[in-house]
Design a binder for this molecule. Structure first.
Ligand SMILES: Nc1ccn([C@@H]2O[C@H](COP(=O)(O)OP(=O)(O)OP(=O)(O)O)[C@@H](O)[C@H]2O)c(=O)n1
Ligand SMILES: C[C@](O)(CO)[C@H](O)COP(=O)(O)O
Length: 377
């Protein structure tokens, strides 16, 4: 993928105050930087460069094993951008978006609008027309009024063709208000796309409360359900919710036939509107023959995490006459909680018989139903 984003996060946030630079402070349950990075986690962007201050050692360690390119910050914003651009050399990047980590409320729509504008323009950036009257002032008094016609408040992400902005920054060693200034100094015309009032830059302490309000409006809760059936065949145990349960028959299936874990996994995919296990792990693919169902469950949880969702809770019901589930239910809850990386109190496993009715009542197989709740804070 030849499109990249550079998130500049090497500032010290002196105007915002606090014990940590603003990008590492909490905002609506996560750090500012986590929100910003999540916004750029979209299939249209193949590489994300995170520019970090050399002294932010914890961040360097934390992000080292994430799918990010890390680059060291410079003494001013422009120097940090130059280092971010250099980190993309040789990767065949054609388009690049440059964004302040301090703008965590940027919408995916705005990101796409800047990106799409690059199909027809050499450069594009969001701007908000100035609506307030503009004064000049001195010593606490208004000294004049300025014409606001044709003035815009500049936002990020600012988008460029990679070679253009790499060359422009190389020729502009000084600091700049933004990358648009650098591009224009190199003779590149920059199209204005409509900015968003909510895309504020956290600059002073009071900005956190406004950003928090915006992000909380964006909170999302999703439910999904899953249902699965496997038939009995020869064997001496069944795998249920990750636990090996001794039984005089086994369950048949392409993978380990863990009917409970399959229902839970499908409930997670359902909450994400991402189809079912068969879409992600086709039964026609021999590599999944006999596979441990843990692989499927972990994939669904990772997919949710990439979209900013965490698993709030899971409820799974197994339907069978035998084996008896009660003695194993706690182990099943604990095992699925381990795989999903959540507390066991958020996982429920229970069972019912079907009063000897139907295929489960006749002992021909086991059915499982599950509900999953995902939350994006
Ligand atoms: N040497 C620098 C300076 C700034 N930035 C980044 O540029 C963006 C916009 O800068 P600003 O809001 O001014 O952030 P800070 O420099 O951190 O704030 P302050 O000026 O209050 O210290 C921020 O995402 C900031 O992390 C950077 O990567 N490297
Ligand atoms: C690039 C920018 O976000 C455009 O509004 C802004 O100029 C960077 O922040 P700073 O406060 O001017 O350093």
């Amino acid at each position: 993928m030849s499109t990249a984003a550079i998130i500049v996060a090497a500032g010290r946030g002196t105007r915002a105050g606090g014990d940590l630079p603003k990008q590492w402070q909490m905002l609506a349950g996560r750090r500012v930087a986590d929100w910003t990075l999540e916004r750029f986690s979209i299939p249209q962007i193949g590489h994300v460069v995170l520019v970090l201050h050399p002294e932010d050692r914890e961040a360097w360690n934390e992000f080292a094993d994430k799918p990010l390119i890390l680059a060291p910050g410079g003494s001013d914003r422009a120097a940090s951008v130059r280092n971010g651009l250099a980190a993309l050399d040789g990767l065949g990047i054609t388009k690049v978006l440059i964004h302040d980590v301090a703008r965590p409320c940027v919408s995916r729509e705005l990101i796409m609008s800047v990106l799409n504008a690059l199909d027809t323009h050499r450069a594009a950036a969001p701007g908000l027309p100035v609506t307030d009257a503009l004064w000049s002032g001195s010593e606490g008094h208004v000294t004049g009024t300025r014409d606001r016609a044709g003035l815009f408040a500049a936002q990020t992400p600012q988008g460029f063709h990679y070679d253009d902005i790499r060359t422009a920054h190389a020729a502009h060693p000084d600091d700049a208000a933004d990358d648009v200034e650098v591009a224009r100094a190199a003779g590149i015309s920059v199209a204005i796309v409509p900015g968003e009032p909510d895309n504020l830059k956290i600059t002073r302490a009071g900005d956190f409360a406004r950003a928090e309000r915006i992000l909380r409006q964006d909170m999302d809760v999703r439910l999904g359900n899953g249902y699965d059936v496997h038939r009995f065949g020869p064997g001496d145990h069944v795998m249920l919710c990750g636990v090996r349960v001794p039984h005089d028959r086994g369950l048949q299936g392409h993978s380990d036939a863990d009917v409970g874990m399959h229902a839970v996994t499908d409930a997670l995919y359902g909450a994400l509107a991402e189809g079912d296990i068969g879409r992600h792990f086709p039964p026609s693919d021999p590599q999944w023959k006999g596979a441990a169902s843990e692989i499927f469950l972990r994939h669904a949880v990772d997919l949710a995490a990439r979209r900013g969702y965490t698993v709030s809770n899971i409820d799974c019901t197994l339907v069978c006459e035998y084996p008896k589930i009660g003695p194993h239910a706690l182990a099943m809850q604990q095992e699925m909680a381990r795989i999903m990386g959540i507390d066991a109190t958020r996982v429920s496993v229970k069972a019912t018989t079907s009063e000897r009715l139907g295929f489960t009542g006749r002992g021909e197989g086991i059915a499982a139903l599950a509900t999953a709740c995902l939350v994006r804070p």
